[in-house]
Write a protein that binds this ligand. Structure first.
Ligand code: GTP
Ligand code: MG
Length: 722
């Protein structure tokens, strides 16, 4: 019957019998020709449901179980396939085989044991309550699998797939197989049912066998050949589809595609599915801590996952996932490594900044030295198990500190060498800076005010010139110039003081005339200290004018002694060291009283007292910063042991003493007087003047003899203090 059987009135159903060489090892060689695998791939095509191993060597009990059911054929079940007009057809699949007893290695005895060729051509199969076969593991464990029966225990066969193994096959002669196939075909032909020749295992196909198989089919009328591989899932659908088309002539003709073309399509499909799946994995899995059960559950609904698992299986999907995770982990390690390596130079700078300490150390000694440093554990961690990046340890390693064993990696060794090199470089540069400075100091060419551009040519050829950058040279040169200029100006100032007579006869308040300036320049021009500033003439002229200005208006602001100016020093000392005067109990409540001893031989004391009094109001009051002081002065010039020259009297308690001298002799007088008065003091109670700390408030003041005096003002220089 060549018509589709209408089981429920609508769905066409076809029953296909898969046949081919089978039997004992002697007949079929060490393995079968691929009937079971072909059925498996067609009925349950997903990779996870496909098994390569479907042994036909069974125990008696498995042979008697409900799946084999003491038959020499397997019922592979039923599948639905779409037809052109959106209608489904159903295809039942049986495999004709020969089960071998695992004890005797002879075919199992069955009720109607005919030779395979006869039996395989059967078009009416019956086996009451025979169960659908899945895989070898199912035998004996039928209850663990879906239990589906062969419909009504009967199956009328509509067509045959005649399998020919074109692989090398172990211990099997191809020509023998082809002879067997030829005999079997003759038997099948008698049934008048359509037959399609299926070349199996084309993925390992031998060209000659394929040619011979085709030649065999060409010799028959209307015998089509489909090249398949169950393992690579190529053309399996096509084999069944071609037969179904022959069974039901109303269906369109299936186009036969050669193996390699079909394989190409299949490979492209797998590659595309793999790309999509990998994209899905990389989108979902961001951490190397992710685990497969969790991730696969998450991916389950995604078509990218389903398609790939269908084509390649869960194991391969998991493998790709693991590869991805491994990649993430590797990236994570790499990031860590980079961070550690970035930290290493800082650690070395902190722990071993001194070249002398490490310059000639071996690697192992350098490591020991590092470990001995007090701050070692701030920067490094010594792991019990190394290397740090092996196994799962990388997650335990703290991210702040560098695993010490990293130091033994080439990258770290390079950094260590770079550290050494840097220190050596720094040392060299420091040496070069020093050499440059020394060179400047000893060079007769480098004179005050000489610009760098001019000076540079003198050092261009020197060894150190290549070591430092231009700005460094310029900086050092700039500093050196400043020192040179300061020193030259100081010397020039000294020169001006030495030539004070040059400035005596200037008109008051007037600018020096051109002639006068000319004279000054002429006189000073002979001097080296004058010439030294020849590149800085403007500054030199300014110094001269400033000096003239000072001579006629000496103030502490214009004094060349600057902060050593005695006026400034006296003010400073008085404000910090002078006892705050007691409030005068008798006098005005708002007036403080200052009792001051002025010690100085040869009229010095009296002279200063008079000058101070001249600055006072009529009633001996002195105003400082708006505050009025009652000033009592006690000038002393004679022997201080005499009561008349005592520092202190019942009515005069000194707050301090100004000591004046203008010669060695007058200085001796001051010193002796202070010593004498201290002896007297010792006998008195407490300190009569001073800052209350036992430090006398004695101030030594020199009255310079050659010092030009301006009008109405005095200028004094402090030369020392006790
Ligand atoms: P019996 O039923 O015992 O006669 O054997 P069979 O024809 O069912 O052969 P089966 O499908 O069990 O295949 C036997 C062996 O051939 C399998 O275990 C596989 O190792 C191998 N095999 C089956 N199909 C393919 C295929 O498409 N390619 C390759 N390379 N090997 C295959
Ligand atoms: Mg088999």
């Amino acid at each position: 019957m060549m018509m589709a059987r209408k089981q429920d009135g609508r769905t066409p159903t076809y029953n296909v019998s898969v046949v081919g060489l089978s039997g004992t090892e002697k007949e079929k060689g060490q393995c079968g020709i691929g009937k079971s695998c072909l059925c498996n791939r067609f009925v349950r095509p997903s990779a996870d449901d496909f098994h390569l191993d479907h042994t036909s060597v069974l125990s008696t009990s498995d042979f008697g179980g409900r799946v084999v059911n003491n038959d020499h054929f397997l019922y592979w079940g039923e599948v639905a396939r779409p037809l052109e007009e959106c209608v489904e057809c159903r295809i039942h699949v049986v495999e004709q085989t020969e089960f071998i007893d695992d004890q005797t290695f002879q075919p199992h005895r069955s009720t109607a044991l005919q030779p395979y060729i006869k039996r395989a051509a059967a078009t009416k199969l019956a086996s009451a309550e025979k169960l659908m076969y899945f895989c070898t593991d199912q035998l004996g464990l039928e209850q663990d699998f879906e239990q589906k029966q062969m419909p009504d225990g009967k199956l009328p066969v509509d067509g045959f797939l005649l399998c020919v193994d074109v692989s090398r096959g172990m211990n099997r002669n191809f020509d023998e197989q082809l002879k067997f196939v030829s005999n079997l075909y003759n038997q099948l032909a008698k049934t008048k049912k359509p037959v399609v020749v299926v070349l199996t295992k084309c993925d390992e196909g031998v060209e000659r066998y394929i040619r011979d198989a085709h030649a065999f089919a060409l010799g028959k009328k209307n015998l089509q050949v489909v090249e398949t591989s169950a393992r690579s899932n190529v053309n399996v659908e096509l084999a069944f589809g071609t037969l179904v088309q022959l069974v039901d002539k109303s269906r369109g003709k299936a186009k036969i595609i050669p193996y390699f073309e079909a394989l190409k399509q299949q490979s492209q499909q797998i590659a595309a599915a793999k790309d999509k799946y990998e994209w899905l994995v990389s989108r979902i899995v961001k951490s190397h801590h992710e685990l497969w059960p969790n991730v696969s559950r998450k991916m389950q609904p995604a078509p990218e996952f389903q398609d790939y698992v269908y084509l390649e299986g869960t194991l391969k999907a998991k493998k790709l996932f693991l590869q991805h995770v491994q990649r993430l982990k590797q990236e994570h390690i790499e990031r860590r490594r980079k961070a550690y390596l970035a930290l290493l130079p800082q650690a070395l700078d902190a722990l071993v900044p001194d070249l002398d300490e490490i310059d000639r150390l071996s690697r192992s000694k350098a490591e020991k030295l590092l470990e001995a440093k007090p701050d070692f554990s701030k920067w490094f961690v010594v792991l019990e198990e190394t290397p740090w990046d092996a196994g799962d340890r990388v997650d335990e390693v703290d991210s702040e500190r560098i695993p010490f064993d990293l130091l033994e990696t080439p990258a770290a060794e390079q950094l260590y060498e770079a550290h050494l090199e840097k220190l050596r470089n720094e040392r060299k540069r420091a040496e070069m800076r020093r050499a440059f400075r020394e060179n400047l100091e000893s060079s007769p060419f480098v004179t005050p005010g000489k610009p760098w551009e001019e000076a540079r040519s003198f050092i261009m050829n020197e060894d150190f010139y290549q070591w430092l950058e231009e700005p460094v040279y310029m900086d050092i040169y700039g500093k050196h110039q400043k020192q040179l200029i300061d020193k030259a100006k100081e010397d020039f100032q000294e020169l001006l003081l030495e030539y004070s007579e040059l400035f005596y006869e200037l008109e008051l308040d007037a600018k020096p005339s051109k002639e006068k300036m000319g004279v000054i320049q002429e006189v000073l021009g002979e001097e080296q200290r004058f010439k030294a500033l020849h590149k800085l003439q403007a500054e030199r002229d300014a110094l001269v004018l400033k000096h003239i200005h000072f001579v006629y208006h000496p103030t502490k602001e214009t004094c060349p002694s600057c902060s050593s100016c005695v006026d400034a020093r006296v003010e400073q000392l008085l404000s910090t060291r002078f006892l705050r005067p007691h409030r005068n109990p008798l006098g005005d409540a708002n007036v403080d009283r200052i009792n001051l001893v002025i010690l100085g031989k040869d009229g010095l004391a009296r002279e200063l007292a008079n000058e101070i009094r001249a600055l006072c109001t009529n009633d001996d009051k002195y105003v400082v910063e708006g505050k009025m002081y009652e000033l009592a002065l006690r000038p002393i010039e004679g022997n201080v042991r005499l009561p008349v020259n005592a520092f202190q009297t019942p009515t005069f308690q000194p707050h301090g003493c100004l000591c004046l001298y203008n010669s060695k002799e007058s200085l001796s007088y001051v010193v002796e007087s202070i010593e004498k008065s201290r002896e007297v003091e010792g006998r008195l109670e407490g300190s009569v003047w001073g800052d209350g700390q036992g430090q006398g408030g004695v101030r030594m003041v020199e009255c310079p003899s050659g010092h030009p005096r301006g009008q109405g003002s005095s200028h004094w220089s402090v030369v020392g203090q006790t």
